[in-house]
Write a protein that binds this ligand. Structure first.
Ligand code: SAM
Length: 228
């Protein structure tokens, strides 16, 4: 069942006008009419059933009462890597339940986010993945960060995934968790040491060298599996 997000608080019985792009998707792409029940999530995370009542508005029906969010707030600081792989990570990490993704300009990142257009595209991918996975919120894609910005994204528990580490990630329960994944070329030595000095615990994801996108998805799966 298709889900859409709206930027307002809703209540059952209310009639609302839907954005043109939602109407276009429902009516032109999915070719649905007033008999089709879909889901609307409001800006406080409440998910309702709804159906069209005319060509651009719908009625809000019963509250589903669903909470599809993880118990912990997860932040992934994801080094900028090649576009298609970075976009794949955004989509998969949203499906897996992260709350925030910080595009990190690592020392060895060859890709940069030069303009807002790129950031808007990433946020659109996050919104669509949140709709498809029936999230109660759209995860935040922050402004690009560099090393000095990382402190502000720390959580109760903080990890840096490092392929030369031997200590296998033993992620304990925490109300909030932040972890950082390096770029295709890995962390530069001094960069790694600075991040550890900020209080990020160095953890291994096993003996094999994973691609950045594999490491991001795998680390998120480990954490999400512990706080469903
Ligand atoms: N040194 C790597 C190489 O030789 O290809 C380059 C970095 S790896 C492609 C990209 C990132 O994925 C790393 O910076 C690290 O954050 C993460 N990563 C990959 N394998 C890992 C492992 N076994 N344990 C922990 N992190 C890993």
């Amino acid at each position: 069942m298709q889900q859409y997000f709206v930027d307002e608080e809703l209540h059952s019985g209310q009639q609302i006008t839907l954005d043109d792009d939602v109407i276009y998707h429902l009516v032109k792409v999915l070719r649905k009419d007033s008999s089709y029940t879909f889901r609307i999530c409001d800006d406080s995370g409440k998910i309702f059933h709804a159906h069209l009542i005319d060509k651009n508005s719908c009625i809000i029906e019963d509250l589903t009462g669903e909470n599809n969010e993880l118990e912990s707030d997860i932040t992934c600081i994801l080094s900028l890597i090649k576009n298609d792989k970075f976009e794949l990570c955004i989509q998969k990490l949203v499906e897996l339940g992260v709350k925030r993704i910080v595009p990190y300009e690592a020392v060895r990142s060859v890709v940069k986010i030069k303009d807002n257009k790129k950031l808007e595209r990433l946020r659109k991918i996050a919104r669509e993945a949140a709709e498809q996975s029936h999230r109660n919120l759209i995860p935040e894609i922050t402004e690009p960060a560099d090393l000095k910005d990382l402190e502000k994204y720390k959580s109760e528990a903080n990890y840096i995934c490092y392929e030369s580490e031997t200590n296998i990630a033993d992620i304990g329960p925490s109300s909030s968790i932040t972890y950082i994944i390096g770029p295709e070329g890995g962390f530069e030595d001094r960069e790694y040491e600075n991040i550890c000095r900020m209080g990020f615990e160095s953890v291994s994801l096993g003996k094999r060298i994973l691609r950045a996108e594999t490491a991001a998805i795998y680390m998120t799966s480990i954490i999400a599996g512990k706080c469903q």
